[in-house]
Design a protein. Structure first.
Length: 150
């Protein structure tokens, strides 16, 4: 895990407040369980209404959670007036996901404008974690655009 220095001493509160505003996270039942500079953890309990036709969590659910984990990891290192938007990501689904998931977003390379992040998602199974998906994403810093903060 990388150690980064946040530009906003109030980054944790800002991220937690922003996360609550993401209604998609509430819809998924997601919980923000770790907020550190450059590192975010999001947990989602398994629910059958989030699954696809075979009973596995839908790829869209996994992608949504990984995207948020990457975005908030990047935001944790930005100045208080900044916002974030995903501009590109690639997700690899390594095995079907059935069970509670935890996504961990990490900043690989912070930048003034573009931040490269990774999110790994695990299914919790009998006390161990099994990697089910990974994402590599580019998150852009947005400053001075009305309505985009956090």
């Amino acid at each position: 895990m990388s150690t980064w220095e946040p530009r906003d001493p109030g980054f944790e509160q800002r991220i937690r407040e922003s996360f609550v505003e993401q209604t998609i996270m509430a819809t998924l039942g997601a919980e923000l369980t770790r907020v550190e500079p450059g590192n975010i953890e999001v947990r989602v309990p398994f629910r059958s209404d989030l699954s696809q036709q075979h009973g596995f969590l839908h790829a869209g659910v996994l992608t949504t959670v990984m995207d948020s984990a990457c975005g908030y990891a990047a935001l944790s290192l930005m100045s208080p007036e900044a916002g974030v938007l995903a501009i590109e990501f690639k997700a690899n689904f390594l095995r079907p996901a059935k069970g509670n998931i935890v996504a961990r977003g990490t900043v690989l390379k912070p930048g003034r404008t573009i931040n490269v992040c990774r999110a790994d998602t695990f299914v919790e199974n009998e006390g161990r974690e099994i990697l089910v998906a990974t994402m590599l994403g580019s998150i852009t810093t947005v400053v001075g655009r009305e309505g985009i903060v956090g």
